[in-house]
Design a protein around this ligand. Structure first.
Ligand SMILES: Nc1ncnc2c1ncn2[C@@H]1O[C@H](COP(=O)(O)OP(=O)(O)O)[C@@H](O)[C@H]1O
Ligand SMILES: Cc1cn([C@H]2C[C@H](O)[C@@H](COP(=O)(O)O)O2)c(=O)[nH]c1=O
Length: 245
């Protein structure tokens, strides 16, 4: 029986890589699928992974009706066993309903991939509907890590070097590679919840650790360890929020 599965996680946890692997594995067994994505960083009609793999794909526009499109392809004689749907957080709730209908009425598997929450820690519309409707929600096993070494569960947006919590929900962008000198206008950084709440990006933590103003505080708290973090970090006293801003 076909399934609607939502593979979810933070940015940079391997979703697009898994999407390409799922397609590869199913195609290798003779199944026929369609690959969809929306607003991939690499441009329209491409599903790309940071591991360097990419594939041509169908671009999802707001006016795409997955049900109509799948029915018309099948009616024209195409065989469709599964749909791979990347960047599904950007899909509309109606499109997720259409995907569920494709699963239930056409027996086509739908493998959807996307981040759950935006830079404000609020659900994206597509992810919200997928969590509501999916047969399974699978959190990716590869954990993206916060700079402190804890598991990252949030996606912070950094504009001109400052973490922001207001703005447009959709701004296509990338996470900064470690040690990168070039700072784009908008980038993202995955953080653990506690450092998200304190607005403590790796850059802010590094700045705090070298600022003379933090000298009266426990410098160890402000130090920027290279992951994995010191195991005792979870027992350290919390940094005052004012220091993180
Ligand atoms: N140079 C590299 N060597 C090994 N793994 C890498 C490298 N670059 C990226 N990765 C892996 O790729 C993951 C990001 O994959 P990607 O599919 O682009 O993520 P997502 O779609 O979730 O944003 C990283 O978490 C890391 O595990
Ligand atoms: C948090 C957040 C992210 N985005 C964008 C940034 C990227 O283009 C994609 C996520 O892609 P990935 O393959 O999972 O890295 O989403 C956004 O538009 N708004 C946000 O709040």
């Amino acid at each position: 029986m076909a399934e609607l599965v939502f593979f979810s996680g933070t940015m940079d946890c391997g979703k697009s890589t898994l999407a390409l692997q799922m397609d590869h594995n199913h195609a290798a067994r003779g199944r026929v699928g369609l690959i969809y994505t929306k607003l991939d960083r690499a441009g329209a009609n491409v599903l790309s992974s940071r591991l360097g793999l990419s594939r041509g794909s169908l671009e999802v526009g707001d006016d795409l009706d997955f049900w109509e499109s799948t029915v018309s392809r099948a009616t024209a004689g195409a065989r469709i066993d599964y749909l791979v749907c990347d960047e599904a957080q950007f899909y509309t709730a109606a499109q997720v309903d259409q995907l569920a209908r494709v699963v239930d009425e056409m027996d086509v598997d739908v493998f959807a991939f996307g981040i759950t929450t935006d830079f404000r820690t609020e659900l994206f519309p597509g992810s919200k509907r997928l969590i509501e409707l999916a047969d399974r929600v699978s959190v990716l096993q590869v954990e993206a890590l916060c700079w402190c070494g804890r598991r990252a569960t949030t996606n912070a947006r950094v504009v001109d070097g400052q973490m922001v919590v207001e703005g447009e929900q959709v701004v296509v962008g990338d996470t900064a590679p470690a040690g990168s000198e070039v700072v784009p206008e908008v980038e993202y950084e995955v953080l653990c919840r506690r450092h998200y709440m304190r607005r403590m990006t790796s850059h802010a933590a590094r700045a705090a650790s070298i600022s003379p103003e933090v000298l009266p505080f426990d410098l160890d708290v402000c130090a920027v360890p290279s992951p994995p973090a010191h195991p005792s970090e979870s027992t350290r006293p919390p940094l005052p929020i004012t220091q993180a801003d």
